[in-house]
Write a protein that binds this ligand. Structure first.
Ligand SMILES: [Zn+2]
Length: 367
C-alpha cells in the first residue's frame, strides 16, 4: 500500500507536466501562431463532398439543382479547422437540409477514395435543429493529438439560402480579434486525444528529466562519488567500499579493483624526489665537467658504460621505480609507503647537499 502511494507520488510531477504541456499545445500554441498570422486559416484546404444520387427536383416548371453537402478541412500543425455546410434538397418544400454525416468523397474524383472528417468535428446538428443552422465550424487544437474542440454555429438566414454572418459560439472562450479574426480558446475535451496527449507529454517529461539524472549519476560514479547522494569517496582508496559511508547506498562493484589507479598517495614527496634527482644529475654533470670524480660506485659504473645520457635515463627509471613501489606499498600499508617515499627523498637529497658543498668549496677555496 505504501509503495503504491510512493509510486503515485513519484508519477505525479510527470503527470502534471504532461497536463501542462498538453494545455499549452492546445491553447497557447495556436494563439502564438495566430498572432503571427499562421494556423489552420492559412493552411490549404481539402473539400469533401457527400455522396449523393439526387440531381434535383422540379418545383413547378423550373428545375432547381440540389446543392451538395460539403466538409472543408484545413489542417494546420497545431490545430485543424472544419467547415461543414449542408446541402439543400429541393424534393421537399421548404427545401430540406442534408448534412454530410455519411460517406464523404474527395472533390476531384467523387467516387474514388472515401474520406472522413477529422475526429471531433461536428458534422450535423440534432434532428430538431436540422433546418435551423446552415453552417457549423469546428476548431480542433492540440499536438500531437487533437485534444480540444471549439464550435461556431451559423444560423440560417431568413431567405433560407445562406447563413447569418455572426455565429453562436459553443465550447469556447472568445479572447479578442487578431488580424480581423476571432481568437477562441477551445474547451470541449476530446477524450481519446486528451489522454493520448497527456501520456505523450508525461512520457516526454519523464525522459527529459530522468535521462540527464541518470547520466549525472553515472558520471558521479565514474569520478568516485556516490550515485545516490554525491558523497565524494576517498580518492586514495584503491579498493572501492561495498556501500557509501555517507548514505550507505550500495556502490557498484569496481571492475578494475586493485588495478585501478586512484590519486597518488604522496604527491608532495614525489615532486621533491623529481626535483632533487634532477638537481643531482645537473650537479654531477657540473662536477664531472670540472674534472671531478663520481664517488657513487653504481653511478660510476653507469656513467662509464653509457655516458651521461645513460646516467640520466637510469636516474629517471630509478625514480619511476621508487614511485611505483611507494604506491603499491601504500595500498597495502599506508605508513610503510609514506616512510619509503620520504626516505627516498632524503637519500636522493644527501648527494645533492654533498655536491653543493664540493662546488662551493671549489669556488671559495681555489687549489
Ligand atoms: Zn551516498
Amino acid at each position: 500500500m505504501q509503495s503504491r502511494l510512493r509510486r503515485a507520488i513519484r508519477v505525479t510531477p510527470y503527470l502534471l507536466s504532461g497536463v501542462a504541456l498538453t494545455l499549452f499545445m492546445a491553447w497557447g500554441m495556436p494563439l502564438l501562431l495566430a498572432m503571427r498570422g499562421l494556423g489552420p486559416s492559412a493552411a490549404s484546404s481539402d473539400v469533401y463532398r457527400l455522396a449523393t444520387s439526387a440531381v434535383g427536383a422540379s418545383a413547378s416548371s423550373v428545375v432547381v439543382p440540389d446543392s451538395i453537402a460539403t466538409v472543408e478541412v484545413r489542417r494546420g500543425v497545431f490545430s485543424d479547422w472544419c467547415i461543414v455546410e449542408p446541402g439543400l434538397s429541393h424534393s421537399e418544400l421548404p427545401p430540406a437540409r442534408i448534412w454530410p454525416v455519411t460517406a464523404l468523397y474527395g472533390q476531384s474524383s467523387p467516387t474514388a477514395v472515401q474520406r472522413s472528417a477529422p475526429l471531433g468535428c461536428v458534422l450535423a446538428p440534432s434532428e430538431v435543429e436540422r433546418d435551423q443552422y446552415a453552417r457549423i465550424d469546428t476548431g480542433l487544437s492540440g499536438w500531437p493529438f487533437r485534444a480540444f474542440a471549439s464550435e461556431a454555429w451559423f444560423q440560417s438566414n431568413v431567405a433560407g439560402d445562406g447563413y447569418d454572418p455572426f455565429p453562436e459560439h459553443r465550447w469556447n472562450v472568445y479572447l479578442g480579434d487578431i488580424g480581423g479574426r476571432q481568437t477562441l480558446v477551445a474547451l470541449r475535451p476530446l477524450p481519446v486525444g486528451l489522454i493520448a496527449d497527456v501520456a505523450f507529454w508525461g512520457g516526454a517529461s519523464f525522459l527529459a528529466i530522468s535521462i540527464p539524472h541518470r547520466l549525472r549519476r553515472r558520471k558521479w560514479e565514474r569520478f568516485g562519488r556516490c550515485g545516490a547522494c554525491g558523497h565524494t569517496l576517498d580518492p586514495h582508496l584503491a579498493k572501492r567500499p561495498v556501500a557509501c559511508p555517507e548514505c550507505s547506498a550500495p556502490l557498484p562493484r569496481d571492475p578494475l579493483g586493485f588495478a585501478r589507479s586512484p590519486e597518488m598517495h604522496f604527491q608532495n614527496a614525489y615532486v621533491w624526489l623529481v626535483f632533487v634527482s634532477s638537481l643531482d644529475i645537473m650537479l654531477t654533470w657540473k662536477i664531472l665537467d670540472r674534472g671531478g670524480l663520481e664517488v657513487n660506485p653504481v653511478a660510476k659504473i653507469v656513467i662509464d658504460a653509457w655516458g651521461m645520457h645513460g646516467a640520466i635515463a637510469f636516474k629517471f627509471a630509478l625514480m619511476l621505480w621508487v614511485i611505483v613501489v611507494c604506491e603499491i606499498l601504500a595500498r597495502l600499508r599506508l605508513r610503510s609507503g609514506r616512510f619509503l617515499a620520504y626516505t627516498a627523498v632524503a637519500i636522493s637529497a644527501s648527494p645533492v647537499a654533498w655536491s653543493f658543498f664540493l662546488l662551493a668549496w671549489h669556488e671559495l677555496v681555489p687549489p
